[in-house]
Design a protein around this ligand. Structure first.
Ligand code: GDD
Ligand code: MG
Length: 353
């Protein structure tokens, strides 16, 4: 599982925690992904870490509490997706022809992992890619396939995509193919390894499916993923509570007349005051929403304070920031960790703050 990226598009949230460790519906993204892997019968996962590597092991330990055997391999300098895969080769078990499943660490998906492995084995492919269709493929790896499902090209982040079918960020590699990736330097599996395999006519298969799929790389996607987990649109056995209209974690205090809904999550120790509305938003642990405030489709960092009557819609607020009364922030606004927006400073903004 590749969990070493910087998570740049989720700043400022990723200034204090790596993207895969941000809580989505109450637990880290990685916890949902590991639960999917475990539920599919995978018993051992190697986490390829780099940025903020230590927090993964602190949270997951040896994996026994999550029903898995976990190992950690840390890159001192990030090696890119291909370099990260190559870097863990020594920790993989099994023979040269055995399948190794690789996960990008920021994906929620209903993929049937065993079906992907079966497709790979049946086709005797070098690599098999999970593919999904998205309306705008330009931010992804675009993957045309032929009538037999064989991949014909791999076009990472191309401005003029020939198809809406994209790399969904879960691959099966034949074990021996991993050993052909260059050692000790950054390698992008998307820009280097896949194109090279295709140029050499190595069999690379696609496995298109249309189950739930979301890359959590942007604030809007992050909020949506959390909502979908809470409401049960995306099923996860790691959800720390029943499916419903909202998820309120243990130790949170919500006023009786506050409205929490739309798949919102209220973190542990968080507080929501009288008459406040939290709609589809994610409140991290210890966040405070004061009386009469409205927080919609936003992410509120740990211990941040949203003042009385404040309106937030589509906003990211960093850990410990304070937004005093009389502020209104909308789509795309980001408040940095520890920042203080004094009373009435911002009425409307779609800019970075
Ligand atoms: N260990 C390690 N080292 N992990 C890394 C590194 C690294 O140097 N760089 C990135 N990763 C991890 C990230 O943490 C993430 O889990 C995964 O690799 C993919 O990186 P992203 O930064 O999220 O890539 P992306 O979303 O722009 O594109 C990738 O995913 C798309 C699907 O969501 C590509 O694989 C695309 O082809 C694909 O369509
Ligand atoms: Mg991503």
């Amino acid at each position: 599982m590749l969990v070493g990226g910087q998570g740049t598009r989720l700043r400022p949230l990723t200034m204090s925690a790596p993207k895969p460790m941000l809580p989505v519906a109450g637990v880290p993204v990685t916890a949902h992904m590991l639960a999917r892997a475990r539920d599919a019968g995978i018993e051992r996962v190697v986490l390829a870490t780099s940025y903020r590597a230590e927090v993964f092991e602190e949270y997951f330990g040896d994996g026994s509490a999550h029903g898995l055997e976990l190992e950690y391999v840390t890159e001192t300098e990030p090696l890119g997706t291909g370099g990260a895969i190559r870097n863990v080769a020594g920790r993989l078990r099994g023979g040269p022809d055995d399948p190794v499943v690789i996960f990008n660490g920021d994906i929620l998906s209903g993929l049937d992992i065993q079906a992907l492995i079966r497709r790979h084995t049946a086709a005797d492919a070098a690599v098999t890619l999970h593919l999904t269709e998205v309306p705008d493929p330009r931010a992804f790896g675009v993957v045309p396939v032929d009538a037999d499902g064989r991949v014909t090209e791999f076009l990472e982040k191309t401005p003029d995509p020939p198809t809406n079918l994209i790399n969904a960020g879960c691959y099966v590699f034949r074990r021996s193919v991993i050993d052909t990736i260059a050692v000790g330097r950054p390698v992008s599996v998307e820009r280097e390894t896949f194109p090279a395999l295709l140029a050499a006519s190595t069999p690379v298969m696609g496995y298109p499916d249309s189950t739930y799929w979301l890359d959590l790389g942007t604030p809007a996607a992050f909020v949506q993923g959390s909502r979908d987990l809470v409401t049960g649109r995306m099923v996860s056995s790691a959800l720390p509570g029943p499916v419903g209209d909202c998820l309120v974690l243990a130790g949170a205090a919500v006023a009786a007349d506050a409205k929490i809904g739309g798949g919102a999550t209220v973190g542990a120790r968080a507080r929501v005051g009288a008459g406040a509305a939290v709609d589809g938003a994610v409140l991290f642990d210890g966040a405070v929403v004061e009386a009469g405030a409205t927080v919609r489709d936003s992410v509120i960092g740990r211990d941040a304070v949203i003042g009385p009557g404040v309106l937030l819609d589509g906003v990211v607020v960093g850990d410990g920031a304070v937004i005093e009364r009389g502020n209104e922030l909308r789509a795309g606004a980001r408040v940095f960790p520890g920042a203080v927006l004094t009373a009435g400073a911002v009425r409307f903004s779609s800019d970075r703050t």
